[in-house]
Write a protein that binds this ligand. Structure first.
Ligand SMILES: Cc1ncc(COP(=O)(O)O)c(C=O)c1O
Length: 276
């Protein structure tokens, strides 16, 4: 259905209280990238939120229909909610609601300014690690970043350690090694992060693997890092040129050599397989 004609019930619990889960991925020539991994994470988020499990067959056939009807789609979003329910936090009994929608692709600056916001990501929260439609915290952080002329906001967690962005994972290059916070920091298990950890840890076309460390990152390490980049399904690998906010740092080269190498390896993966 065209945007604006599709109807969602006013008592859908995703509308009422954000009681739903979602996935976003890019569509390349009519094919959603890494769909199997995204559907796996959607299922894990649904189980984590104790929603009914969405039918993978139903989702896949809805995606096929929507993508076919939108041949120029650059972005695909799948949302699964608990469906119609009371106008409060109590959940209804109804079947879930599935929404599949597309849009044009996002475009990002070649190097991004990221704003370290004053609010903490709660690495111990009930929703930690789940990709739920309760994203207003991200909306507020991103609006704050945009006021500071940045295209992404970065969060520390309650322990004061580096966590993630509103829709991105973060990597640093320290002493030549790639460093990214662990899932215990409270960040989402990003599909792009996961793929980058897989491809950079193996030898590719005779090129040696990168040194990769998944470990807690003190935010002050941002001040001595050689490079930093963001990863997400719509950005792939996106260099950070500057950090503003709670800490300030300018990177001399963005993208630097390691970021460029990782971005090239990711593009190569993407050109060879649509569902890695
Ligand atoms: C909070 C958060 N962190 C990280 C990511 C990056 O994950 P992915 O690489 O799967 O897009 C996202 C994706 O939107 C996100 O919402």
């Amino acid at each position: 259905m065209p945007h604006g004609e599709a109807a969602l019930r006013a008592d859908d619990h995703a509308v009422v209280v954000g009681d739903g889960v979602f996935e976003t991925t890019k569509v390349i020539d009519g094919v959603p990238f890494a769909l199997s991994r995204h559907l796996r994470r959607l299922r894990q988020s649904a189980l984590g939120l104790r929603l009914k499990e969405p039918s993978e067959d139903l989702i896949r056939s809805a995606i096929d229909a929507v993508v076919k009807a939108n041949p120029d789609a650059g972005l695909l979003r799948i949302t699964w909610s608990s469906g119609s329910g009371p106008l409060g936090s109590g959940r209804g009994e109804g079947p879930g609601t599935l929404v599949v929608s597309t849009s044009g692709s996002n475009s990002w600056p070649t190097a991004e300014r990221a704003h370290l916001v004053p609010w903490a990501r709660n690495e111990h929260g009930a929703l930690t690690g789940l990709k739920t439609t309760s994203y207003a915290e991200n909306v507020l952080a991103l609006a704050t970043a945009r006021e500071a002329e940045c295209s992404e906001a970065l969060f520390l967690n309650t322990a004061g350690l580096l966590c993630e962005g509103t829709g991105t994972n973060v990597f640093l290059v320290i002493g030549g090694s790639l460093v990214t916070p662990p899932l215990s920091s409270g960040c989402l298990a990003g599909i792009t992060r996961e793929l980058i950890l897989e491809i950079t840890r193996q030898e590719m076309h005779g090129k040696p693997p990168e040194d990769v460390e998944v470990r807690n990152v003190d935010p002050h390490e941002l001040l001595t890092a050689e490079e930093a980049f963001l990863t997400s399904a719509t950005r792939n690998v996106s260099a950070i040129s500057e950090i503003t906010g709670k800490l300030q740092m300018t990177f001399n080269s963005a993208p630097g050599p390691v970021t460029t190498r990782v971005a090239a390896a990711f593009s190569e993966l993407e050109s060879h397989t649509v569902d890695p």
